[in-house]
Design a protein around this ligand. Sequence first.
Ligand SMILES: [Zn+2]
Length: 300
Amino acid sequence: MLKIANHPVYAHPLPEGHRFPMEKYDLVPRQLLYEGTCTAENFFKPEAASEAAILAVHEAEYVENLKNLNLDRKTIMAIGLPLSEELINREKILVGGTIQAAEYALEHGIAMNVAGGTHHAFTNRGEGFCLFNDQAIAARHLHRERGIGQILIVDLDVHQGDGTAQIFKDDPSVFTFSMHGKNNFPFQKEESDLDIPLPDSTTDKEYLDILKQQLPMLIEQVRPDFIFYQCGVDILSSDKLGKLNCTLKGCKERDRFVLQSCRQHGIPVECSMGGGYSTEIKTIVEAHANTFRLAQEIYF
Ligand SMILES: [Zn+2]
C-alpha cells in the first residue's frame, strides 16, 4: 500500500498575502481523497523527528537558536517565513514524516510525504522557506538505523538543492544530483555531486531528453540502495518563481520516468513534495496530485 505522511500542522497559517502557497498542503490530500486516488488508510500522521535525528545533520548551535527563536535578522529574512514555536514544531513533524516515509519505502518500495523537500536548509542555517533538511536527515537515519549503504538524492525542483549539496559535500555515501534552473534562486549555487543547470525557457522535450539520458547513467554509476526524490513542481511555465517552460504533461512524464526507473531497478524511493508556485493554486494541486497518482499506478 502507498503510505503518505500528512499532518494537520502542514497547512500552517501565514499572514494574508504571503507568497508561500501553504493551502496546497490542505488541498492536495483532499483532492487525492475526493477523486479516489487514495483512501484515508493511505495517510499516516507522522511524529516529530527526534533531536538526535536532526543533530545528525544540523549544527547544535543552529538547532538551539531555532528552539529559542534566537536567530539573527539576516537568517530570519533568508528563511522567509515568520518564525514561531508552531512553525518549528511543524518543521520537526514534517521531517518525522520523511523519516517514517523512508521506513515505509523500505517495506513497500515507495512512500511519500505531502510536505518536505526542504532542500535549502544547510547544516548551520535555513533559507528559502526551509528550516531543517528533511531528506538529508532521513538519509542519515537510514545509514545509522537501517544500515543502508549508498543513497542517491534526485532533486528535480527548479531551485538547486544547495543545502543538500553542502550537507553531503564530503560524504560519498550520499550522492547529490540536482537539475535546476540556472538563473533561479539560489543565485550562489553550491556544488552537488552532479549539477545540471538548465537555461531559461527549457521545454518538456529538452528537459526530458536530459533526464532520460542522465538518470539511468547515474543509477548505473552510483548503484544506490535507496533514492530520495525531491519532486518540486516549480518547473512549470506557469510558476511565478521558476523560469523553465515545462507543461503539466511534461512534469508528469518526469515523475513517471523517475518512479518507473526506481521500480525497474527495485530501489526503494521516498518522495517529498517540494516547491510549486504557479499563479493558480489548482495548477499546483494538479501537478503534485499527478505524482501521487503515478505512484499508485506504477506500484500498486
Ligand atoms: Zn523550488
